[in-house]
Design a protein around this ligand. Structure first.
Ligand SMILES: [Zn+2]
Length: 300
């Protein structure tokens, strides 16, 4: 009898401690979602003997030609892979891994299909039927942004891959929607829209360095923050920019103000998150929305 009591007590205690441990160490990882537009978390093997977390012991990984974020997680190395919205779930995916000692191997992984709905929006005709000047401008901007979004800062290690909400407002669940502007098909939606009034402050979602600012044809006034190792965040359609390229920021540092610049139907923040040059669903990195901030489909 006494023994049974002790056992029961022991079980209760251990489950109590397990609960406390889980509370004490919140996850630093995004939610795993091996789908187009999601994030695949792929274990690359044990950290090795004590002290092997030195950068020299870190394996490196590439996916579709881009360097992938690799971080120690528990006793393992973990690749955190951004999956493009255009990825074909019918095709096995390949991660190219180079071990710390130079050995190379290929890791195959599967994607699950995810069907994104269509969204039809009405915007100013000049943002759909582009004049020759605007066409030239957007081509230049696209090339510039492609380069910027490929940034992989090897020596900047993000402390966490969790993000804080950059602005208070209603979140949409519009990431990945297949979009039609004034009836014409365009690229799928590569971010989360957060509806908020013009002028409301927009803050950095995590610590990092301001990588780029600009006033772009589609994105309007924009700030891009480099959190390290290809983990970037992008803030669009701002009415004002309150930072500058090269500035170090913390989570919560003011970047700018809500606006309606670029191709929009009204004031909101377009918020994108990048891993290995792919825009992935920001919801995987953010705390779960409260009832008040619960999303519907908001404007472009
Ligand atoms: Zn948007």
């Amino acid at each position: 009898m006494r023994r049974r009591d002790a056992l029961a007590c022991g079980l209760t205690l251990s489950s109590l401690f397990a609960g406390r441990r889980a509370e004490a160490a919140p996850s630093t990882l995004p939610q795993a979602a091996a789908v187009p537009g999601g994030v695949a978390l792929l274990p690359l093997g044990p950290l090795g003997p004590l002290g092997a977390t030195a950068p020299s012991a870190r394996p490196s990984a590439r996916y579709q030609g881009d360097t992938v974020l690799v971080r120690p997680q528990g006793r393992e190395w973990l690749a955190v892979v951004g999956i493009p919205l255009a990825a074909d779930p019918a095709v096995p995916q390949t991660l190219e891994v180079v071990e710390a000692d130079g050995r190379e191997r290929r890791l195959s992984f599967e994607l699950k299909p995810k069907r994104y709905a269509e969204q039809h929006l009405k915007v100013a005709p000049r943002h759909v039927e582009l004049s020759p000047q605007d066409q030239a401008r957007t081509q230049q901007e696209r090339a510039h942004l492609r380069e910027v979004l490929k940034r992989y800062s090897a020596d900047r290690e993000p402390a966490s891959l969790r993000l804080q909400l950059p602005v208070e407002g209603r979140r949409s669940s519009s990431f990945g929607l297949r979009r039609f502007f004034n009836g014409q098909p365009r690229n799928p939606h590569g971010g989360m829209d957060i509806a908020a009034p013009t002028g409301r402050p927009v803050h950095s979602a995590a610590a990092g360095e301001v990588l780029d600012t600009g006033d772009y044809f589609f994105n309007g006034q924009t700030v891009i923050v480099d959190h390290g190792q290809g983990f970037l965040s992008l803030y669009c359609h701002l009415s004002a920019i309150d930072t500058a390229q090269g500035r170090q920021v913390e989570a919560g540092t003011l970047l700018g103000r809500i606006g309606a610049t670029g191709r929009v139907t009204g004031p909101h923040l377009h918020f994108s998150v990048y891993l290995n040059a792919q825009s992935v669903d920001p919801a995987l990195f953010l705390p779960a929305p409260t009832a008040a901030g619960q999303g519907r489909k908001t404007p472009a």
